[in-house]
Design a protein around this ligand. Structure first.
Ligand code: NDP
Ligand code: MG
Length: 373
């Protein structure tokens, strides 16, 4: 029987690759819905090719060839077996929760969902017997390594180190948008690529891992691994380390997440050769240059609304950077300032999370405007 799937964010980097996987495995999937933000042309091309029943985009009037439904309606539609949440930003949170409450399994790319509301989302998944299969390559690697989480002592998350790994702090401070977007290993959306340059992405991934695998922050380690061959590892209580390796490609984790627990050839990566790769390097992250990592651990350990603050301040500052308004280091300075000022709400509800998110975004923008006057 075909697995019925919807893709939220089918016009993005993850969404497009997911459709490539599905095209290759077309006898395994039926697409229920595809959604876009503003890229209506691409969405309409996808509708023509993949023939989903339903679609959504910011401008509903432009959708051709599929019935229009809201993200919430798509996520409460029981025709779905699984929903791939590949939108970027906070827009992913409410639809994901709706799908979970409707008992629909989730392939989760949108890390903001867990960074903003990991406690609520994981609790709802447990209560509704819903699987959340990670798409993020590190978490997908960990998911593939774990047999019994109770026997795992530590998670080891690898980081490529991004474009500034071998650059001086001074060079990184004055980096252009183009330099920050030139990721050496991965081709991703613009926001996550900037996060990879500051290592905030790794910080967000630590928080994501904490929620997905219910692991204390002290037992999640980040190690820099420039070749991006080891996608992450786990250490069992007896000291055995199991890692997942492969050539860097998001097709594989996407395919794993949407076909789990089956595995198919699908978009198979090039055959793996240890001797061709020859060497794998690992090093500690430079926590002076990549302060974002410390900020994320701090926010995670404090918990409550601290990670909402981290995420919102970071996203606003990244947009300002991409618009050429601030320097790369100002992103992390902005996040640190906002976090120092933030009054924590211990167990925020979803509505409170969105209120806090909004408030932090406004304050971050105000602060950055003041600083540039
Ligand atoms: P992109 O920016 O490439 O794509 C984002 C998608 O979300 C697009 O389809 C976009 O639509 C849609 N979207 C954005 N805003 C809205 C909105 N307000 N309403 C409806 N749809 C919207 O991002 P990525 O694919 O790179 O990343 C998606 C998520 O996956 C992020 O959370 C990211 O952190 C995570 N992720 C990505 C990885 C990667 O390799 N790219 C790896 C691991 C995680 P449109 O383009 O039509 O406006
Ligand atoms: Mg990742």
């Amino acid at each position: 029987m075909k697995r019925k799937i919807s893709i939220l964010g089918s016009t993005g980097s993850i969404g497009k690759q997911a459709l490539e996987v599905i095209e290759k495995l077309n006898d395994k999937f039926e697409i229920i819905a595809l959604t876009a933000g503003s890229n209506i042309n691409l969405l309409n091309q996808q509708i023509e090719k993949f023939k989903p029943k339903y679609a959504f985009a910011n401008d509903l009037t432009q959708i051709k060839g599929a019935k229009v439904l809201s993200l919430e309606e798509i996520c409460s539609n029981q025709e779905n077996d699984i929903i791939l949440v590949a939108v970027s930003g906070k827009i992913g949170l409410r639809p994901t929760l709706t799908a979970i409450k409707n008992g629909i399994d989730i392939a989760l790319a949108n890390k903001e969902t867990l960074v903003m509301a990991g406690d609520i989302v994981m609790k709802a998944a447990k209560e509704n017997g819903v699987k959340i299969i990670p798409v993020d390559s590190e978490h997908c690697a960990i998911h593939q390594c774990i047999k019994d989480i109770a026997q795992v002592d530590r998670l080891i998350i690898t980081a490529s180190g991004g474009p500034f790994l071998r650059k001086s702090t001074e060079e990184m401070k004055n980096a252009t948008v183009e330099q920050a977007l030139a990721h050496p290993r991965w081709n991703m959306g613009r926001k996550i690529t900037v996060d990879s340059a500051t290592l905030m992405n790794k910080g967000l991934e630590v928080i994501e891992a904490h929620h997905l695998f219910n692991m204390d922050y002290d037992r999640i380690k980040v190690v820099v691994h420039p070749q991006s061959i080891v996608h992450s590892a786990i250490e069992y209580v007896d000291g055995s380390v199991i890692a997942q390796l492969g050539l860097p490609s998001m097709h594989i984790p996407i395919q794993y997440a949407i076909t789990y627990p089956e595995r198919y050839e699908g978009i198979k990566s090039k055959s793996f050769s240890f001797s061709e790769i020859a060497r794998l390097d690992f090093e500690e992250p430079d926590r002076e240059k990549f302060k974002a990592l410390n900020l994320a651990y701090e926010a995670g350990k404090v918990g409550g609304s601290a990670t909402v603050c981290l995420n919102a301040a970071n996203e606003e500052a990244v947009f300002e950077f991409l618009n050429g308004q601030i320097k790369l280091f100002d992103i992390i300075n902005a996040v640190e300032t906002m976090m120092n000022k933030h009054k924590i709400t211990a167990e925020p509800t979803i509505d409170e999370i969105f209120d806090i998110d909004n408030e932090i975004r406004i304050k971050t923008r105000e602060m950055m405007q003041l600083a540039s006057v």
